[in-house]
Design a protein around this ligand. Structure first.
Ligand code: ADP
Ligand code: ADP
Length: 217
C-alpha cells in the first residue's frame, strides 16, 4: 500500500528530519508511528502525501512512485489518502454536513449522491443527528470526528492521522483511537502518529518507532 525505500528528508535550513527510513504498510494493516516530539513523525506523513518532497530515497503508493507523479496528479493522490492532521481546521462558519460535503464537491463527486454519502459517513463516525450543527457547538472529540468523516468521505485507500488525539483527554483519546481501529477492522489501512504510548499496547497494534529521524529498534 505504502512503501518507503531509504527515505531521507533534509529541510532547507539544513536540519535532517529523516534518514534511511524503509518501511512497508501492508493493505489492511494498522500501525502507530511513535516517537518524541521532533522525531520526524509529521515529516514522514507529509512525504507520504506529497506535501513535502524527500531529499533522498523513493516512496511508493500502490504502484505509483509518489515522488515522480506529475503535479497535476497530486490532488488525485490526496483523495486516495485520507488525512487527519492536527492543523486541519474545520470551517467554523459551515455546518458539519457542509464541512464533510466540501471534500466531495472538490473531488467532483456526483452532486445528487453527496447528501447520501455524507449521511453515511457521519453515521459511521457516530455523528448521526449532528449534521446541521456548527462545529463550534460540538465537543473537541466530536469536532475530531468531523475531521475523520471528512478524511474518509472520499473512501480513501489509506488513512493517515497526525496526533489526532493531541488535544483530548485520555477517555476521548481512547474513543477516537477505537474509531480508527474499527475502520482498520473493516479493511482500511491506517497509520496514526502519536506520542501516546498507551495506545499501541491498549489496542495490541505494532509501532513504527522513530528516534531522531531514524527507525528505532
Ligand atoms: P514530529 O512530528 O515527530 O514532532 P517533525 O517531523 O515535525 O517531528 O520534525 C522533525 C524535525 O524536523 C524537527 O527537528 C523539526 O524541527 C524539523 N522540521 C520540521 N518541519 C520543518 C520545516 N518546515 N523546516 C525546517 N525544519 C523542520
Ligand atoms: P457508493 O455506493 O458508490 O459507495 P453512494 O453515495 O451511492 O456511494 O452511497 C454511499 C453510502 O451512502 C451507502 O452506504 C448508501 O447506503 C448511503 N446512502 C446513499 N444515499 C443515501 C441517502 N439518501 N440517505 C442516507 N444514506 C444514503
Amino acid at each position: 500500500m505504502l512503501r518507503l525505500d531509504r527515505v531521507s528528508k533534509r529541510y532547507a535550513q539544513g536540519h535532517t528530519a529523516l534518514q534511511g527510513i524503509s518501511l512497508e504498510l501492508e493493505p489492511g494493516s494498522m500501525h502507530f508511528l511513535t516517537g518524541h516530539s521532533g522525531a520526524g513523525k509529521s515529516t514522514l506523513l507529509k512525504l507520504a502525501t506529497a506535501m513535502e518532497r524527500p531529499s533522498g530515497g523513493r516512496i511508493f503508493f500502490g504502484d505509483q512512485e509518489i515522488t515522480r507523479i506529475p503535479r497535476r496528479r497530486v490532488p488525485h493522490l490526496r483523495r486516495a489518502i485520507g488525512t487527519v492532521f492536527q492543523d486541519h481546521k474545520l470551517l467554523y462558519d459551515r455546518t458539519v454536513h457542509e464541512n464533510v460535503a466540501l471534500a466531495l464537491r472538490v473531488a467532483n463527486f456526483p452532486r445528487n449522491r453527496i447528501h447520501g454519502r455524507v449521511q453515511a459517513v457521519l453515521t459511521k463516525v457516530g455523528l448521526e443527528g449532528h449534521q446541521n450543527k456548527l462545529p463550534i457547538t460540538l465537543s473537541g472529540g466530536e469536532q475530531q470526528r468531523v475531521a475523520i468523516a471528512r478524511a474518509l468521505v472520499n473512501k480513501p485507500d489509506l488513512l493517515l492521522a497526525d496526533e489526532p488525539t493531541g488535544n483530548l483527554d485520555q477517555e476521548l483519546a481512547d474513543e477516537i483511537m477505537d474509531l480508527f481501529y474499527e475502520f482498520h477492522q473493516f479493511g482500511m489501512t491506517v497509520l496514526v502518529a502519536t506520542h501516546d504510548l498507551t495506545q499501541p499496547n491498549r489496542l495490541d497494534l505494532p509501532q513504527i518507532r522513530l528516534q531522531q529521524g531514524q527507525m528505532a529498534a
